[in-house]
Ligand binder design. Structure first.
Ligand SMILES: [Ca+2]
Ligand SMILES: [Ca+2]
Ligand SMILES: [Ca+2]
Length: 600
């Protein structure tokens, strides 16, 4: 788009001895087991900060088997498109080429197939936590995927949901045994006062009621509405097996109306009729722990990405995480990553799920808002744009809001050092949608993502410059791109991933912000952030002792969007910073003794 030098500049100032030492030992390679065979599970990850996660919606990545293409409607993104585990397995070379190292795959369990003409292609409408989803393949295919991934040095994280199940029952509010959607009342009459209010009641997804969803008759209230499990095998809307097929395994308060009321977010049904599980019951907890840990034992997974953690009580997380760790460790599976998703910008709330014995990490959602939205995307909104000093203060809060010690039996890295960084995901519009399709701004965001502290996570299709808006427009079909590996953003990401892989300081080093600014819009240094990553070698757990005397330092300079593009730094120039003349070390000055590389 622009003839000027690109705005993304990363400088690597490193002693060559570090580069020589940066050969990450391959650990835990396994061979592909025969089809359907139980794998021998093992630890495949040394330090999760060495990984780059790539989030895959299985239905959208690659279609490797047309035999499971039932109920597929190509081109309609709220419907199944046909992607499957076989397709992903066949395209692991593409993943490898991109340089990401860990697959986060969408849920694998059997779902309620469809609801109100929208399909469960995403996998989040669980019906049976013990069975594979036939749209994506069978257990043998899933095992083939994890085994081949491990064989190629890739790891696999599974997406799981403990908070709710799919829409497997209705509340029989009018006690007639049928699932009804009722609309009543005639509403206001024009100019003639009002008649009865218009009400809409759906027994599939009724509103929150603190008494529990109530039944009613023409004579008034009739107590708690019975929970009736649905028997519709045509769309797999049938009762889950075991305790999850009984009414007492659910809270039954109806749908969350107010997310600011803690009782509702914790006990209410998730919008869309997803039924809230009574996660406080010991027998329910035991069932969830057992069923999900079995997937690790059956397929040798390397971690869990856990959905909707803020909708479950804290005590659940300490029990769930501890017991999963305790069950896997004796089987040879350590460093098993568990990171949670709380769709919330409250940094303190996010950190609260990393208390002792809870999760190893969470999605850094506060960063999604405070950096990727406020700083990068709002480079297109002069009124709302924030300065890069916001990044500096947010990073400083990591030590305050997140646990600073590794979880007992966890991944060996403190949550405050292992936050999962992401630009966008399947629940928010893609970066390019908001950034006026400015691909250079996306590449700047990628420089930041892949050089900052923590575990980077990239949503599939970012490398293909997808620009979809909100769900489901942001869940595009990847195979339509022909798995192109030559477009500018793919090449840019590959380069960044290779640099990250090469330099340990970029993966594990501590961060020192060299330069940030409160300036925005057309002010001279708006959009510039400079930081260096370095660490005393003693903190590089597991690193060969021979490199202990190396003092490595990596410095990244990222500009954040359109407003900074005309002031791009490059390796040979010094940025003018007239508003801040006293800056001791300009981010754009290139020390003569250092090697430098430009990422473009
Ligand atoms: Ca298929
Ligand atoms: Ca009814
Ligand atoms: Ca809940």
């Amino acid at each position: 788009m622009m003839k000027t030098r690109r705005t993304s500049v990363v400088r690597l100032l490193l002693a060559s001895v570090v580069a020589a030492a940066c050969v990450v030992p391959e650990i835990g390679c396994v061979s592909v087991p025969d089809e359907g065979k139980q794998p021998i599970i093992a630890t495949h990850v040394d330090d999760w900060r060495d990984e780059v996660i790539y989030q895959v919606l299985i239905d959208r990545f690659a279609n490797g088997d047309i035999n499971n293409d039932y109920q597929v409607r190509p081109g309609f993104l709220a419907r199944f498109q046909g992607g499957d585990w076989a397709g992903l397995t066949q395209h692991l070379d593409y993943i490898k080429e991109l340089g990401v190292t860990t697959l986060w795959i969408s849920p694998v369990v059997k779902n309620v197939e469809t609801d109100a003409d929208v399909d469960s292609y995403h996998g989040y409408w669980a019906q049976d936590l013990a069975q594979t989803n036939p749209h994506f393949g069978d257990l043998a295919e899933l095992r083939k995927l994890t085994a081949k991934a491990h064989d190629m040095g890739l790891k696999v994280v599974l997406d799981i949901v403990t908070n709710h199940m799919g829409q497997v029952f209705f509340y029989d509010m009018n006690l007639n045994g049928n699932a009804d959607i009722y609309i009543g009342g005639s509403g206001p009459l024009p100019g003639a006062g009002s008649k009865s209010d218009v009400v809409r009641i759906t027994e599939f997804d009724p509103d929150w009621d603190p008494r529990g969803v109530q039944a009613f008759t023409s004579l008034g209230n009739a107590g708690r509405a019975p929970v009736i499990f649905i028997q519709d095998p045509s769309i797999n809307r049938v009762p889950p097996p075991g305790i999850l097929g009984t009414a007492r395994a659910y809270h039954g308060f109806g749908r969350i109306l107010n997310y600011d009321v803690q009782e509702q977010t914790r006990l209410g049904d998730f919008p869309g009729g997803l039924k809230d599980v009574a996660t406080e019951l010991p027998e329910v907890r035991a069932e969830l722990i057992d069923l999900y840990t079995r997937w690790v034992e059956k397929t040798d997974l390397d971690g869990f990405r856990i959905d909707t953690v803020k909708h479950v009580e804290y005590e659940f997380w300490s029990e769930f995480a501890s017991k999963v760790r305790q069950r896997l460790a004796p089987q040879g599976k350590s460093n098993f990553l568990m990171f949670g998703e709380a769709f919330d910008g409250d940094d303190k709330l996010l950190g609260s799920y990393t208390q002792e014995n809870m999760l190893d990490s969470v999605f850094y959602f506060s960063q999604h808002y405070q950096v990727f939205r406020d700083v990068f995307q709002y480079a297109y909104d002069e009124k709302q744009q924030k300065g890069t000093d916001q990044i500096k203060s947010m990073w400083a809060d990591r030590k305050v809001n997140y646990r600073n010690e590794p979880q007992p039996g966890g991944i060996g890295v403190a949550p405050s050092k292992a936050l999962v960084n992401f630009i966008d995901n399947h629940d928010v519009a893609r970066f390019l949608f908001f950034a006026n399709n400015d691909k250079e701004a996306l590449r700047n965001a990628l420089v930041y993502l892949l050089t900052e502290e923590g575990i980077p996570c990239v949503y599939y299709g970012t490398e293909q410059e997808f620009n979809g808006g909100n769900d489901p427009a942001n869940r595009e079909v990847l195979w339509n791109t022909g798995f192109n590996t030559t477009n500018d953003t793919f090449v840019h990401m590959r380069k960044l991933n290779r640099i990250r892989a090469k330099y340990i300081a970029l993966r594990r080093g501590d961060t020192n912000v060299v330069y940030s600014t409160g300036h925005t819009r057309d002010e001279e240094d708006a959009g510039i952030i400079a930081y260096e990553r370095a660490a005393p070698p003693a903190s590089w757990v597991g690193w060969p002792a021979s490199t202990a005397s190396v003092n490595a330092r990596v410095r990244a300079v990222a500009s954040t969007g359109r407003s900074a593009s005309s002031r791009a730094c490059n390796a040979a120039t010094t940025c003018r910073t007239p508003h801040r003349p006293a800056v001791p070390s300009s981010p754009c000055r290139s020390p003569t003794s250092a090697r430098s590389g430009i990422v473009r």
